[in-house]
Design a protein around this ligand. Structure first.
Ligand SMILES: NC(=O)c1ccc[n+]([C@@H]2O[C@H](COP(=O)([O-])OP(=O)(O)OC[C@H]3O[C@@H](n4cnc5c(N)ncnc54)[C@H](OP(=O)(O)O)[C@@H]3O)[C@@H](O)[C@H]2O)c1
Length: 292
């Protein structure tokens, strides 16, 4: 089964203290499947585990026709342990909580653990929530290079492959420099990298190495987290020079900025899957058109 060129970045599927998209997840996933998508990028911490649980439940009957990529290594925020109690009242307190929650969330994101014993517990949690006995791609979630020296880490990853808990192993990196280092020093099947028209450093340093190395590349944040969309980026009064240039090319090609951004991220031969994120069925349908 071929992996679809467009995957779904699932980080916004579910509810957090700041938003609630739970009611849209079913329609988003059905729309994605009908549009030919078979690759879903998740993480144990997305919506405090709820994202995996929702996706696992909705797509259970299609398990053999889809690929799950998930991640572990980030420690769930302090809020996660309170989620069960606070989520029922989240809609009421959300408007007052937002700024503080963002701050707490950012701080929590810095806490990580790549000890095999910790990862094993998280991987088992993902398997349970996704209602499956294997993960197609298990990724370390934004480790720093120091974390990769954690004793036994790569042996543990290889063991998970051998015993069938995951089919492939990968690393979702913070920077292209880290990706280059990993390609030269470690053995992984896939790398997830930030790659879009505004963040295209990979073209110079990473992509030339990939052709010789047979490592799968997952291109995340194709819209530069909203900057390459008419919703956010191009609405600003003064546009960044690079953004203006891409907007002009899109206009010349008579395509939308979003379509241009998706095609840009999908174009290099090294990119196996592009991972746009959306919480809107309408946006998802437009994104699918860019790949048709
Ligand atoms: N460290 C990591 O491993 C890491 C970090 C970041 C992201 N990721 C992965 O990458 C995925 C994508 O990241 P992302 O969602 O932050 O960035 P993104 O895909 O670059 O941008 C998403 C933004 O673009 C908007 N958008 C999407 N389609 C649109 C359309 N057709 N028209 C207008 N606006 C549109 C979305 O708004 P709407 O919701 O309104 O559509 C959202 O604001 C994540 O879900 C996750 O799987 C991984």
């Amino acid at each position: 089964m071929m992996v679809s060129k467009m995957g779904i970045g699932c980080s916004k599927l579910g509810a957090s203290f700041l938003y609630d998209n739970t009611h849209k997840v079913d329609e988003l996933l059905q729309t994605a499947i009908e549009g030919g998508v078979n690759f879903f990028d998740l993480a144990n911490i997305y919506a405090y585990g709820q994202t995996e649980a929702l996706v696992g439940k909705i797509l259970q009957s299609r398990r053999k026709d889809i690929y799950y990529a998930t991640k572990a290594g980030k420690i769930p925020s302090q809020l996660a342990s309170l989620a069960r109690y606070v989520m029922p009242i989240a809609p009421i307190i959300r408007p007052f909580l937002s700024a503080k929650a963002v701050k707490i969330k950012k701080e929590a994101k810095r806490k990580q653990n790549f000890q095999p014993v910790y990862l094993e517990n998280e991987l088992k949690g993902s398997l349970r929530r996704l209602r499956t006995d294997y993960i197609d791609l298990f990724q370390l979630h934004s480790p720093f290079l120091d974390d990769l020296a954690t004793p036994g880490l790569f042996e543990w990853l290889q063991t998970q492959k051998k015993i069938g808990r995951c089919r492939a192993i990968g690393i979702s990196v913070n920077t292209i420099e880290e990706a280059v280092w990993i390609i030269k020093n470690e053995q992984v099947d896939c790398l997830q990298i930030p790659y879009n028209a505004l963040q295209n450093e990979a073209e110079q340093s990473l992509f030339p190495l990939i052709l010789q190395n047979q490592v799968g590349i997952l291109a995340r944040v194709p819209f530069a987290q909203g900057m390459l969309t008419t919703k956010h980026g191009s609405q600003k009064e003064t546009l960044d020079e690079k953004l203006q240039m891409h907007l002009n090319i899109a206009l010349e090609q008579k395509i939308t900025l979003e379509e241009y951004a998706l095609r840009y991220s999908a174009k290099p031969a090294q990119v196996q899957v592009v991972l746009p994120g959306t919480s809107s069925v309408q946006h998802l349908k437009r994104n699918l058109l860019a790949f048709s």
